[in-house]
Design a protein around this ligand. Structure first.
Ligand code: 9MR
Length: 685
């Protein structure tokens, strides 16, 4: 049935441009809630929260978080408003995760990780190997081989648990001695395994979570002249020279009231010059003088490879040094002068902050996306690879995640015989064209009509989902995304088409199912090629079952203005969601409109939604490699993560789309769609 429909689709848009432009007049898609700030921000906007302002330069601003405090709403209110990275303060340490040998407990760490992930906050992992907070069963080991096995098992198990979800791991913490030696400190690891234990730990961590940045983390390495700093510097230089996998140095920055040493920036830039990132990982300053915070934050801002700052706690009362009031918020959760100093040092606006102190509006809204977009397109990167049993004419409707160092792309295959799915993976876009195509009709997914895939990892279930259309809304699951044969046979989300869709679909078709979850619920969006976008809902716990309460989210009397291929994402580090819907333009070409909302079940405000101010269309895209398409059609954003929250970065967006030779014509199913990549060129950060 869908094949018949598709045969006529490309001729449809003769209806003309006025209708397409006028479409915003109706429907809930266009309702503008009165209390929202103007959607999007200009390129030079000053944000008014720490995380949002840090994001403007591609950095993060994080806090150490204690699982035991997550029930405190003052605490979580500040956490979610201000910070876009989270470090579990104690919950990932050895004494919390492997208190007895080979018996792992992740309850508290999971609590923090899951909470942060569903809110689009990034995560630092702290810490895999440390002489402190080490259970006595480890420190009392006396045999080197036993300890090596125990250490590797610990690293592998913990890093594997959170694989792909941690942006940076403190692989080894505080291994250098204080004082003038510049040598490692004594510890069970040093004493039994010798200097090589650090290298061993980094190599093991790389195997366990190849996507995470691997850091060495220490205190009292902020002063460039200190022997301890020089000792760590020599180790990093040696690791880089020998190809030992190290990506970053964490400088804890537990300062006295004088703040950082005057040569702190020299230390940061000297480490960075070795080819590693630097991060300020545990910042707190006795009495929190504003000038000391200014100097610390400025030093990071002045070093391109200083990629983020974490403060070691939220309110003074949360600090391990609470007697010294060393943090940015007082015991009642009020911003201190040090807060304004940190924000200002990143270029944020204290004036806006003052105005917001009495407001309930989350300042995260102020960061987020611009209100107009410009893109540069690659050439056609991926095309069909027919084989003797697959006479494929087009590759379409891509879904993509970056996981474990690779892009994993699933796409519809289109041919005169109909639609099915293909999978390919590659490490770099330059290799996309040479990747092997796996035809999923050979797997349990089976032959017949399967199209428009969407892939994501369901973190609570530790299972990959591939959502696609079969006439119904269907899905398969797979514990290993890289194994094309691991997908289960299709199952349906609904027993039959929901009534509201049946009543509104007219002569359209039920297409392009899209799942996204927040911390409580999962939502299933779909289109009907008749001017309606639908949404059903179930709880995260019940997913994939229980989808109900189907409603019309957006509608337009000009069906071509709200056609199909909807994408909905969480914007990282903000409380903003982005929705894209494909339209067929006045020129007959495909393009994307965009809206934002502050919740998935909320109302959507137009962002860049007109032909003259499109989200993505040929008229806001340049084609340095040649204009191979005039259609910017069904695709997906390159996400910041890969889980069910569908989190995208706020900066330098990339969109994998389908395009085709503008002069091609003929039967809809054999049009020569290829995949190309858009990269945003007007990112503010
Ligand atoms: O803040 C942490 C505190 O709650 C713990 O009791 C303490 C135990 O050693 O560890 C604190 O965090 C430390 C971090 O893990 C490593 N660098 C020094 C931090 C402050 O002691």
């Amino acid at each position: 049935m869908t094949l018949l429909k598709r045969a006529g689709r490309r001729r449809a848009p003769a209806l003309g441009l006025l209708a397409a432009i006028a479409l915003m007049a109706t429907g809930t898609a266009t309702a503008v809630p009165a209390n929202l700030p103007a959607a999007g921000t200009a390129a030079d906007v000053r944000a008014s929260t720490l995380g949002a302002q840090a994001a403007q330069s591609g950095r993060y601003f994080g806090a150490a978080v204690a699982a035991g405090k997550l029930g405190d709403t003052t605490y979580t209110g500040i956490l979610d408003r201000e910070f876009n990275s989270v470090t579990p303060e104690n919950e990932m340490k050895w004494d919390a995760t492997e208190r007895t040998r080979n018996s792992f407990t992740f309850g508290s760490a999971d609590q923090i990780v899951n909470r942060a992930t569903t809110r689009g906050q990034r995560l630092r992992g702290h810490t895999l190997v440390w002489h402190s907070q080490l259970p006595s069963w480890v420190s009392s080991i006396t045999d080197a081989n036993t300890l090596r096995g125990v250490m590797n098992n610990h690293i592998t198990t913990v890093a594997n648990r959170y694989k792909g979800r941690i942006h940076s791991w403190d692989v080894v913490n505080e291994a250098f001695a204080d004082g003038g030696s510049g040598q490692h400190r004594p510890s069970v690891f040093q004493n039994l395994l010798g200097d090589g234990f650090i290298e061993q730990a980094f190599r093991t961590a790389r195997s366990a979570d190849p996507a995470a940045k691997l850091c060495y983390n220490d205190y009292n390495i902020e002063n460039w002249n200190d022997a301890k700093t020089q000792g760590v510097y020599r180790m990093v230089r040696d690791f880089k020279a020998r190809g030992v996998p190290i990506d970053c140095v964490g400088l804890q920055a537990h300062f006295g009231a004088g703040g950082p040493p005057s040569n702190f920036q020299t230390t940061l830039s000297s480490f960075a010059a070795l080819g590693v990132d630097v991060q300020i990982t545990e910042l707190d300053i006795a009495q929190a003088p504003a000038s000391a915070f200014t100097n610390t934050v400025r030093a990071c801002m002045n070093v391109a490879r200083c990629t983020g700052i974490t403060v070691w706690g939220i309110r003074d009362s949360d600090s391990w040094r609470s007697g010294e009031n060393p943090l940015l918020f007082d015991r009642n959760g009020n911003k201190k002068a040090a807060y304004q100093a940190a924000l200002t040092a990143m270029g944020g606006s204290p004036a806006t902050v003052a105005a917001q102190d009495t407001s309930t509006r989350s300042a995260a809204q102020a960061a987020a996306l611009p209100s107009s977009f410009k893109w540069s397109s690659s050439g056609a990167l991926i095309g069909p690879k027919p084989d003797s049993t697959h006479n494929i004419a087009a590759l379409k409707d891509p879904t993509v995640v970056h996981y474990n160092g690779k892009y994993h792309v699933f796409a519809s295959t289109a041919s005169a015989a109909g639609y099915n799915l293909a999978y390919l993976s590659f490490t770099d876009w330059s290799q996309a064209g040479s990747a092997t195509h796996h035809y999923l009709d050979r797997t349990a997914i089976g032959t017949g009509y399967r199209a428009a895939p969407q892939v994501f990892y369901n973190a609570p279930q530790r299972l990959w989902y591939l959502v696609y259309q079969t006439g119904n809304a269907s899905y398969s699951t797979n514990p290993d995304i890289s194994n094309p044969n691991g997908w289960s046979a299709p199952r349906n989300f609904y027993s039959s088409m929901p009534d509201i869709i049946r009543q509104n679909i007219g002569n359209g078709y039920w297409v392009d199912m899209w799942v996204i979850c927040d911390s409580a619920n999962c939502y299933l969006f779909s289109s009907d090629d008749n001017g309606h976008l639908y949404r059903s809902q179930t709880s995260v716990g019940q997913f994939p079952n229980g989808f109900t309460n189907t409603v019309i989210v957006a509608q337009d009397s000009n069906k071509y203005a709200l056609w199909e291929a909807s994408n909905i994402y969480k914007v990282q580090g903000t409380n903003q969601y982005l929705m894209l819907v494909e339209a067929i333009g006045s020129d007959g070409r495909r393009w994307f409109r965009s809206w934002t909302a502050t919740s998935l079940a909320g109302s959507w405000t137009p962002l860049a939604a007109s032909e003259s101010n499109p989200f993505a269309r040929a008229n806001n895209t340049t084609f340095p490699a040649g204009t191979w398409t005039r259609d910017i059609s069904h695709g997906e954003m390159i996400r910041a993560g890969y889980d069910q929250t569908l989190t995208i970065p706020a900066c330098r967006l990339q969109y994998l789309y389908q395009g085709m030779n503008p002069s091609a014509g003929g039967d809809y199913n054999t049009l020569p769609w290829r995949l190309g990549l858009l990269t945003q060129t007007n990112s503010a950060c």
